[in-house]
Design a protein around this ligand. Structure first.
Ligand code: MLT
Length: 416
């Protein structure tokens, strides 16, 4: 007789989780920081690690959120479930937002969500497990980890996974990769890039769009940091590249542009024109619609009021001031680190700075050194992939006085 009425069969877990080589990066940083704080009570720790917004929401957005709450207090304006794909007014506003950059989309190609992280994690679920995945290296860890969980990789091999194509981004290519030399199916690109702060040019994106169309591959383009681009020649959306609607899904966010990291709101564009080896036009869009209507009940109605205000002309002007504030932080960090003799990349059209460690130290050793000597939390580059080894990332999100204190502390206390 087995362990159950039906023999030895019992519930089983998704063993792909066992392949994940370590905990998720940011909880690991939080764990090390907590241990430092416990050992050093009273020491002020300055946090430039996770890209977490710190400045209050703008008046236009706050008023709209209040308005959203008040609507729920009155039987005449109360609403329960909304459309899983998002409030049609917000979807239309997103279409108009793209139209200003010459990109024409249809409302049913826009899917409002509770943020770019869930969308970039969930999008892989509409693609077959036999797809070959390519990522920029280094990359936002969600792309790789969710494909490991989804069963598209073998086991971890040091800091890489069998089956993933790592497109190296380093000083030699300006932190943007060449198109893969072999056939890949799903390509994750992030621009402005987390973590390197590099921004792809139109020509660079065109190379990938041409590759994807020629090979019926799909690009998953994460543009969560688009609002930090000030150089008008740089694309804010992949759809600024002709042909991209046939091969690219774009994931976007209100987190960093509007300060909604805790509020939660984002959107994805899944064009009907996308074709894959086995999906004619319309099918990929229909699959994402099916996924969202099955597994998601729509973003909060209150929060979507905030989103409408954020994309209004007045809301965009107000938000720009906060973006400028964070970018001034980036300038202060860049100048301070350069003065200390560091080699610094990024931070001009992106809120992240990508910095080389000193004396060939590893990313985690340098993370511990900065924490112990300067009491500043950064993010170790190797946490983003093998090509991140020997670098650390500094986030420009933070109160100005903390950023200034952190840079001063690195200048005075870090022994390099
Ligand atoms: C980061 O620090 O990389 C981001 O804040 C993480 C995220 O947006 O999920």
């Amino acid at each position: 007789m087995g362990a159950t009425l039906f023999g030895d069969w019992m519930a089983r877990i998704n063993k792909n989780y066992d392949k994940l080589s370590a905990g998720y990066l940011f909880p690991e940083i939080a764990k090390r920081t907590k241990a430092f704080v416990e050992k050093n009570p009273g020491v002020e720790v300055l946090r430039l690690g996770i890209g977490n917004t710190t400045e209050p929401l703008t008046p236009a957005v706050i008023n709209a959120l209040h308005f959203g709450v008040d609507k729920l207090a009155d039987v005449r304006t109360y609403t329960g479930y909304g459309d899983e794909q998002g409030d049609s007014r917000l979807r239309k506003m997103i279409v108009d937002f793209y139209a200003k950059r010459g990109v024409s989309l249809e409302v049913d190609e826009v899917f409002v969500s509770d943020g770019a992280k869930p969308d970039s994690a969930n999008i892989q679920s509409i693609f077959g497990t036999d797809n070959i995945v390519a990522v920029q290296d280094p990359a936002y860890p969600v792309y790789v980890d969710t494909n490991v969980i989804g069963g598209r990789t073998g086991t971890a091999n040091g800091s890489t996974y069998e089956g993933i194509v790592y497109m190296r981004c380093d000083e030699s290519n300006g932190f943007f990769p060449d198109v893969p030399k072999q056939k890949v199916d799903l390509i994750y690109l992030c621009s402005p890039n987390n973590p390197t702060g590099a921004v792809a040019t139109k020509d660079q994106l065109k190379g990938f769009v041409d590759y994807a169309r020629a090979n019926k591959a799909v690009i998953i383009f994460d543009s969560a940091y688009y609002s930090f681009i000030s150089d008008p020649s740089l694309p804010r959306s992949i759809y600024e590249i002709p042909g991209a609607k046939e091969c690219a899904i774009e994931i976007n966010s209100f987190s960093k542009s509007t300060g909604f990291t805790g509020v939660r709101l984002g959107w994805s564009i899944v064009p009907k024109a996308i074709v894959t080896e086995d999906a004619p036009t319309g099918r990929v869009n229909a699959l994402w619609n099916r996924r969202q209507t099955t597994m998601f009940n729509g973003a909060s109605n209150i929060v979507q009021e905030g989103g409408l205000a954020a994309l209004s002309p007045g809301g965009l002007i107000e938000n720009q001031k906060i973006i400028d504030y964070y970018m001034e932080n980036a300038r202060i960090i860049r100048d301070g680190l350069k003065a200390k003799g560091f080699t610094v990349y990024g931070g001009t059209n992106a809120p992240y700075l990508w910095v080389k460690t000193k004396n060939g130290m590893s990313s985690w050793d340098f993370f511990d050194k900065i924490l112990n000597e300067a009491h500043v939390v950064t993010t170790p580059g190797s946490g983003f992939g093998p090509a991140g080894e020997g670098y650390f990332r500094v986030s420009a999100f933070g109160h100005r006085e903390n950023v200034v204190k952190a840079v001063d502390s690195i200048r005075v206390n870090l022994k390099v």
